[in-house]
Design a protein around this ligand. Structure first.
Ligand code: ATP
Ligand code: FE
Length: 355
Protein backbone atom coordinates (compact mmCIF):
# COMPACT_ATOMS: atom_id res chain seq x y z
CA UNK A 1 0.00 0.00 0.00
CA UNK A 2 1.34 3.46 -0.79
CA UNK A 3 1.77 5.89 2.11
CA UNK A 4 2.04 9.63 1.42
CA UNK A 5 4.09 11.83 3.72
CA UNK A 6 4.57 15.56 4.13
CA UNK A 7 7.63 17.27 5.63
CA UNK A 8 7.45 20.95 6.61
CA UNK A 9 9.24 21.23 9.96
CA UNK A 10 11.89 23.71 8.86
CA UNK A 11 12.65 25.30 5.49
CA UNK A 12 12.22 22.36 3.11
CA UNK A 13 8.77 21.60 1.77
CA UNK A 14 8.65 17.95 0.79
CA UNK A 15 6.21 15.25 -0.19
CA UNK A 16 6.81 11.56 -0.93
CA UNK A 17 4.95 8.34 -1.58
CA UNK A 18 6.53 5.13 -0.31
CA UNK A 19 5.04 1.63 -0.33
CA UNK A 20 4.84 -0.32 2.92
CA UNK A 21 7.64 -2.58 1.66
CA UNK A 22 9.90 0.46 1.23
CA UNK A 23 9.74 1.26 -2.46
CA UNK A 24 9.91 5.00 -3.19
CA UNK A 25 7.23 5.76 -5.79
CA UNK A 26 7.77 9.52 -5.89
CA UNK A 27 9.58 12.21 -3.94
CA UNK A 28 9.69 15.97 -4.28
CA UNK A 29 11.61 18.50 -2.19
CA UNK A 30 11.52 22.27 -2.49
CA UNK A 31 14.21 24.21 -0.64
CA UNK A 32 12.90 27.64 0.24
CA UNK A 33 15.04 30.48 -1.04
CA UNK A 34 13.20 33.33 0.72
CA UNK A 35 15.51 33.07 3.74
CA UNK A 36 18.79 33.74 1.93
CA UNK A 37 18.80 37.54 2.47
CA UNK A 38 18.31 36.97 6.22
CA UNK A 39 21.13 34.43 6.63
CA UNK A 40 18.89 31.94 8.42
CA UNK A 41 15.39 30.51 8.50
CA UNK A 42 12.68 33.07 9.28
CA UNK A 43 9.82 31.04 10.81
CA UNK A 44 6.97 33.21 9.54
CA UNK A 45 8.35 33.24 6.00
CA UNK A 46 8.84 29.47 6.16
CA UNK A 47 5.25 28.79 7.24
CA UNK A 48 3.82 30.95 4.47
CA UNK A 49 6.08 29.38 1.87
CA UNK A 50 4.99 25.87 2.95
CA UNK A 51 1.39 27.00 2.68
CA UNK A 52 1.75 28.27 -0.85
CA UNK A 53 3.89 25.36 -2.09
CA UNK A 54 2.23 22.30 -0.57
CA UNK A 55 -1.01 21.85 -2.54
CA UNK A 56 0.76 21.80 -5.91
CA UNK A 57 3.60 19.72 -4.49
CA UNK A 58 1.15 17.07 -3.27
CA UNK A 59 -0.57 17.01 -6.64
CA UNK A 60 2.75 16.76 -8.51
CA UNK A 61 3.94 13.94 -6.25
CA UNK A 62 0.76 11.95 -6.88
CA UNK A 63 1.18 12.52 -10.61
CA UNK A 64 4.83 11.46 -10.50
CA UNK A 65 3.79 8.22 -8.77
CA UNK A 66 1.02 7.82 -11.31
CA UNK A 67 -1.53 7.46 -8.51
CA UNK A 68 -4.95 8.85 -7.64
CA UNK A 69 -5.55 10.15 -4.10
CA UNK A 70 -7.78 7.18 -3.25
CA UNK A 71 -4.87 4.80 -4.01
CA UNK A 72 -3.18 6.02 -0.83
CA UNK A 73 -3.50 3.79 2.23
CA UNK A 74 -2.46 6.33 4.85
CA UNK A 75 -1.26 9.93 5.14
CA UNK A 76 1.65 10.95 7.38
CA UNK A 77 3.22 14.28 8.29
CA UNK A 78 6.06 15.53 10.48
CA UNK A 79 4.35 16.85 13.62
CA UNK A 80 7.47 17.90 15.52
CA UNK A 81 9.97 18.86 16.63
CA UNK A 82 10.41 21.95 14.50
CA UNK A 83 9.04 25.39 13.68
CA UNK A 84 5.42 25.37 14.78
CA UNK A 85 3.98 27.40 11.87
CA UNK A 86 5.33 25.04 9.23
CA UNK A 87 4.38 21.97 11.26
CA UNK A 88 0.78 23.18 11.48
CA UNK A 89 0.63 23.78 7.74
CA UNK A 90 1.94 20.29 6.89
CA UNK A 91 -0.08 18.48 9.54
CA UNK A 92 -3.32 20.19 8.54
CA UNK A 93 -2.73 19.43 4.87
CA UNK A 94 -2.21 15.77 5.78
CA UNK A 95 -5.20 15.65 8.11
CA UNK A 96 -7.42 17.27 5.50
CA UNK A 97 -6.45 14.61 2.99
CA UNK A 98 -6.92 11.84 5.55
CA UNK A 99 -10.42 13.05 6.36
CA UNK A 100 -11.39 13.53 2.72
CA UNK A 101 -10.07 10.08 1.76
CA UNK A 102 -11.16 8.36 4.96
CA UNK A 103 -7.65 7.09 5.69
CA UNK A 104 -5.60 7.08 8.91
CA UNK A 105 -3.41 10.10 9.64
CA UNK A 106 -0.03 9.25 11.20
CA UNK A 107 1.92 11.90 13.10
CA UNK A 108 5.67 11.41 12.66
CA UNK A 109 8.47 12.60 14.90
CA UNK A 110 10.97 14.30 12.55
CA UNK A 111 13.99 13.13 14.56
CA UNK A 112 12.72 9.56 14.64
CA UNK A 113 12.39 9.82 10.87
CA UNK A 114 16.08 10.81 10.57
CA UNK A 115 16.93 7.97 12.97
CA UNK A 116 15.17 5.25 10.95
CA UNK A 117 16.14 6.39 7.42
CA UNK A 118 19.03 3.94 7.16
CA UNK A 119 16.57 1.03 7.50
CA UNK A 120 14.95 1.85 4.17
CA UNK A 121 15.61 -1.16 1.94
CA UNK A 122 18.80 -0.75 -0.06
CA UNK A 123 20.65 1.68 2.22
CA UNK A 124 22.40 -0.36 4.90
CA UNK A 125 24.50 -3.36 3.74
CA UNK A 126 22.73 -5.48 6.38
CA UNK A 127 19.40 -3.64 6.63
CA UNK A 128 20.52 -2.10 9.95
CA UNK A 129 18.86 -4.52 12.37
CA UNK A 130 18.29 -3.32 15.94
CA UNK A 131 20.15 -2.47 18.05
CA UNK A 132 22.38 -0.02 16.18
CA UNK A 133 24.54 2.90 17.16
CA UNK A 134 23.22 6.11 15.63
CA UNK A 135 25.15 9.32 15.20
CA UNK A 136 22.52 11.99 14.62
CA UNK A 137 24.09 15.18 13.29
CA UNK A 138 21.66 17.78 11.97
CA UNK A 139 20.83 21.46 12.13
CA UNK A 140 19.28 21.20 15.57
CA UNK A 141 20.70 17.97 16.98
CA UNK A 142 23.99 16.25 17.74
CA UNK A 143 23.63 13.01 19.66
CA UNK A 144 24.80 9.42 19.99
CA UNK A 145 21.79 7.17 20.35
CA UNK A 146 21.37 3.45 20.93
CA UNK A 147 18.46 2.57 18.65
CA UNK A 148 17.00 -0.54 20.25
CA UNK A 149 13.74 -0.75 18.30
CA UNK A 150 11.08 1.41 16.72
CA UNK A 151 10.14 3.85 19.47
CA UNK A 152 13.08 2.80 21.65
CA UNK A 153 15.89 5.32 21.63
CA UNK A 154 18.46 5.47 24.40
CA UNK A 155 20.46 8.68 24.40
CA UNK A 156 24.10 7.94 25.15
CA UNK A 157 25.29 11.54 24.94
CA UNK A 158 24.76 14.77 23.09
CA UNK A 159 25.87 18.32 22.62
CA UNK A 160 26.04 20.59 25.63
CA UNK A 161 25.89 23.70 23.42
CA UNK A 162 25.64 23.94 19.62
CA UNK A 163 24.49 21.26 17.21
CA UNK A 164 27.00 20.19 14.56
CA UNK A 165 25.03 21.74 11.69
CA UNK A 166 24.62 24.93 13.67
CA UNK A 167 28.42 25.14 14.02
CA UNK A 168 28.83 24.66 10.25
CA UNK A 169 26.24 27.36 9.58
CA UNK A 170 27.89 29.83 11.97
CA UNK A 171 31.36 29.24 10.55
CA UNK A 172 29.94 29.72 7.04
CA UNK A 173 28.49 33.04 8.13
CA UNK A 174 31.83 34.15 9.60
CA UNK A 175 33.58 33.27 6.35
CA UNK A 176 30.97 35.18 4.35
CA UNK A 177 29.79 32.04 2.58
CA UNK A 178 26.12 32.80 3.00
CA UNK A 179 23.40 30.39 3.96
CA UNK A 180 22.79 27.47 4.19
CA UNK A 181 26.33 26.99 5.37
CA UNK A 182 27.24 23.30 5.57
CA UNK A 183 27.60 22.56 1.86
CA UNK A 184 29.42 25.88 1.29
CA UNK A 185 32.00 25.14 4.01
CA UNK A 186 32.57 21.66 2.59
CA UNK A 187 33.07 23.01 -0.92
CA UNK A 188 35.53 25.71 0.14
CA UNK A 189 37.38 23.23 2.38
CA UNK A 190 38.29 21.17 -0.70
CA UNK A 191 40.79 23.90 -1.63
CA UNK A 192 42.23 24.10 1.88
CA UNK A 193 44.76 22.33 4.08
CA UNK A 194 43.02 20.64 7.03
CA UNK A 195 46.18 20.99 9.14
CA UNK A 196 46.90 24.64 8.32
CA UNK A 197 45.15 26.23 11.30
CA UNK A 198 45.43 24.96 14.89
CA UNK A 199 41.95 24.70 16.38
CA UNK A 200 40.75 23.24 19.71
CA UNK A 201 38.81 19.97 19.98
CA UNK A 202 36.53 20.53 22.99
CA UNK A 203 35.73 17.50 25.23
CA UNK A 204 37.97 15.25 23.14
CA UNK A 205 39.34 12.41 25.27
CA UNK A 206 36.86 13.07 28.09
CA UNK A 207 34.67 10.31 29.49
CA UNK A 208 31.22 9.78 27.97
CA UNK A 209 30.13 10.92 24.55
CA UNK A 210 28.87 14.47 24.99
CA UNK A 211 29.80 17.05 22.38
CA UNK A 212 30.72 20.72 22.53
CA UNK A 213 31.24 22.96 19.53
CA UNK A 214 30.97 26.49 20.88
CA UNK A 215 34.66 26.78 21.83
CA UNK A 216 35.64 25.59 18.37
CA UNK A 217 33.36 28.15 16.78
CA UNK A 218 34.84 30.93 18.95
CA UNK A 219 38.35 29.79 18.00
CA UNK A 220 37.45 30.08 14.32
CA UNK A 221 36.10 33.60 14.95
CA UNK A 222 39.39 34.55 16.61
CA UNK A 223 41.35 33.57 13.51
CA UNK A 224 39.49 36.15 11.49
CA UNK A 225 40.80 39.68 11.03
CA UNK A 226 38.77 41.93 13.36
CA UNK A 227 38.21 44.82 11.01
CA UNK A 228 37.54 43.90 7.41
CA UNK A 229 36.57 40.23 7.41
CA UNK A 230 36.80 40.06 3.67
CA UNK A 231 40.54 40.73 4.08
CA UNK A 232 41.01 36.97 4.42
CA UNK A 233 42.47 35.60 1.20
CA UNK A 234 40.61 32.77 -0.50
CA UNK A 235 43.39 30.36 0.45
CA UNK A 236 43.29 31.43 4.10
CA UNK A 237 39.51 31.03 4.18
CA UNK A 238 39.79 27.60 2.59
CA UNK A 239 42.47 26.55 5.11
CA UNK A 240 40.24 27.71 7.95
CA UNK A 241 37.21 25.87 6.54
CA UNK A 242 39.24 22.68 6.04
CA UNK A 243 40.77 22.89 9.52
CA UNK A 244 37.33 23.43 11.06
CA UNK A 245 35.90 20.43 9.21
CA UNK A 246 38.85 18.34 10.34
CA UNK A 247 38.33 19.39 13.97
CA UNK A 248 34.63 18.49 13.82
CA UNK A 249 35.46 15.10 12.32
CA UNK A 250 38.15 14.42 14.97
CA UNK A 251 35.67 15.29 17.73
CA UNK A 252 32.93 13.09 16.28
CA UNK A 253 35.23 10.08 15.87
CA UNK A 254 36.58 10.42 19.42
CA UNK A 255 33.08 10.71 20.89
CA UNK A 256 31.84 7.74 18.90
CA UNK A 257 34.67 5.62 20.28
CA UNK A 258 33.27 6.27 23.74
CA UNK A 259 29.66 5.74 22.61
CA UNK A 260 30.61 2.32 21.29
CA UNK A 261 31.84 1.31 24.74
CA UNK A 262 28.53 2.43 26.25
CA UNK A 263 26.51 0.08 24.09
CA UNK A 264 26.30 -3.67 23.96
CA UNK A 265 26.96 -5.18 20.54
CA UNK A 266 25.48 -2.77 18.04
CA UNK A 267 24.85 -4.42 14.67
CA UNK A 268 25.72 -1.32 12.64
CA UNK A 269 27.07 2.20 12.80
CA UNK A 270 24.44 4.51 11.31
CA UNK A 271 24.76 8.21 10.59
CA UNK A 272 21.80 10.50 9.95
CA UNK A 273 20.86 14.17 9.64
CA UNK A 274 21.99 16.97 7.34
CA UNK A 275 25.64 16.98 8.44
CA UNK A 276 25.83 13.31 7.44
CA UNK A 277 25.90 14.69 3.89
CA UNK A 278 29.47 15.88 4.56
CA UNK A 279 31.91 13.83 2.50
CA UNK A 280 34.93 14.22 4.78
CA UNK A 281 32.93 13.17 7.84
CA UNK A 282 31.40 10.22 5.97
CA UNK A 283 34.84 8.99 4.94
CA UNK A 284 36.10 9.20 8.52
CA UNK A 285 33.02 7.37 9.82
CA UNK A 286 33.44 4.62 7.27
CA UNK A 287 37.06 4.20 8.34
CA UNK A 288 36.05 4.13 12.02
CA UNK A 289 33.36 1.52 11.40
CA UNK A 290 35.67 -0.75 9.47
CA UNK A 291 38.36 -0.43 12.17
CA UNK A 292 35.74 -1.67 14.65
CA UNK A 293 34.40 -4.40 12.34
CA UNK A 294 31.00 -2.75 12.16
CA UNK A 295 28.88 -2.48 9.02
CA UNK A 296 28.38 1.21 8.19
CA UNK A 297 25.20 2.81 6.85
CA UNK A 298 24.74 6.36 5.60
CA UNK A 299 21.69 7.46 3.61
CA UNK A 300 22.25 8.99 0.16
CA UNK A 301 22.77 12.77 0.44
CA UNK A 302 19.20 13.72 -0.46
CA UNK A 303 17.88 11.51 2.34
CA UNK A 304 20.33 12.98 4.92
CA UNK A 305 18.91 16.49 4.74
CA UNK A 306 15.20 17.03 5.32
CA UNK A 307 12.93 15.02 3.03
CA UNK A 308 9.53 13.32 3.10
CA UNK A 309 10.71 9.81 2.20
CA UNK A 310 12.07 9.41 5.72
CA UNK A 311 8.76 10.64 7.14
CA UNK A 312 6.80 8.07 5.14
CA UNK A 313 9.25 5.36 6.17
CA UNK A 314 8.99 6.24 9.88
CA UNK A 315 5.20 6.04 9.59
CA UNK A 316 5.51 2.63 7.93
CA UNK A 317 7.95 1.36 10.59
CA UNK A 318 5.57 2.56 13.30
CA UNK A 319 2.62 0.79 11.64
CA UNK A 320 4.59 -2.43 11.34
CA UNK A 321 6.00 -2.34 14.86
CA UNK A 322 2.53 -1.70 16.28
CA UNK A 323 1.07 -4.48 14.18
CA UNK A 324 3.67 -6.87 15.61
CA UNK A 325 2.44 -5.85 19.08
CA UNK A 326 -1.19 -6.41 18.13
CA UNK A 327 -1.91 -2.68 18.03
CA UNK A 328 -3.85 -0.95 15.22
CA UNK A 329 -2.51 1.72 12.87
CA UNK A 330 -2.24 4.90 14.93
CA UNK A 331 -4.85 7.53 14.22
CA UNK A 332 -3.40 10.88 15.16
CA UNK A 333 -6.07 13.10 13.66
CA UNK A 334 -6.50 14.88 17.00
CA UNK A 335 -2.79 15.32 17.68
CA UNK A 336 -1.49 18.87 17.67
CA UNK A 337 1.97 19.49 16.23
CA UNK A 338 4.67 19.97 18.86
CA UNK A 339 7.65 22.35 18.60
CA UNK A 340 9.42 20.01 21.03
CA UNK A 341 8.86 16.28 20.98
CA UNK A 342 11.68 14.31 22.65
CA UNK A 343 12.54 10.85 21.31
CA UNK A 344 12.20 9.54 24.85
CA UNK A 345 8.43 9.96 24.52
CA UNK A 346 8.17 7.71 21.47
CA UNK A 347 8.12 4.47 23.48
CA UNK A 348 4.63 5.31 24.69
CA UNK A 349 3.45 4.91 21.12
CA UNK A 350 4.38 1.25 21.22
CA UNK A 351 2.46 0.43 24.39
CA UNK A 352 -0.62 2.61 24.38
CA UNK A 353 -3.59 1.84 22.18
CA UNK A 354 -4.38 5.41 21.23
CA UNK A 355 -7.33 4.81 18.95
P1 ATP B 1 16.77 18.95 12.85
O1 ATP B 1 16.64 17.77 11.96
O2 ATP B 1 17.75 18.76 13.96
O3 ATP B 1 15.45 19.49 13.29
P2 ATP B 1 17.16 20.44 10.44
O4 ATP B 1 15.97 19.64 9.99
O5 ATP B 1 17.18 21.91 10.24
O6 ATP B 1 17.42 20.14 11.98
P3 ATP B 1 18.77 18.93 8.61
O7 ATP B 1 17.98 19.31 7.41
O8 ATP B 1 18.76 17.52 9.04
O9 ATP B 1 18.48 19.86 9.87
O10 ATP B 1 20.24 19.39 8.37
C1 ATP B 1 20.55 20.71 8.01
C2 ATP B 1 21.93 21.01 8.54
O11 ATP B 1 22.88 20.20 7.87
C3 ATP B 1 22.34 22.45 8.33
O12 ATP B 1 22.90 22.95 9.51
C4 ATP B 1 23.39 22.35 7.22
O13 ATP B 1 24.36 23.34 7.27
C5 ATP B 1 23.97 20.98 7.49
N1 ATP B 1 24.59 20.42 6.27
C6 ATP B 1 23.98 20.12 5.10
N2 ATP B 1 24.87 19.66 4.19
C7 ATP B 1 26.09 19.67 4.83
C8 ATP B 1 27.41 19.33 4.43
N3 ATP B 1 27.68 18.88 3.19
N4 ATP B 1 28.40 19.48 5.35
C9 ATP B 1 28.14 19.91 6.60
N5 ATP B 1 26.92 20.26 7.02
C10 ATP B 1 25.90 20.15 6.16
FE1 FE C 1 15.99 17.53 9.98
Amino acid sequence: TPVMAIESSCDDTACAIVTTDGRILAETTLSQSGHVPFGGVVPEIAARAHLSALPALVRDTLAAANLQPHDLGAIAASCGPGLIGGLIVGADMGKGMAIALDRPFIAVNHIEAHALTARLPGIAPNGAPFPYLLLLVSGGHCQCIAVEGVGHYRRLGGTIDDAAGEAFDKVAKMLGLGWPGGPAVEQLAREGDPHAVALPRPLMGRAGCDFSFSGLKTAVAQKLPTEVRTALSRQQAADLAASFQQAVSDIVIDRLGHALEMMERPTTLVVAGGVAANGVLRARLREFASAHDLPFAAPPLRLCTDNAVMVAWAAIETMHARRDLGLPIPDDIAMRPRPRWPLSEMAARMTVDDT
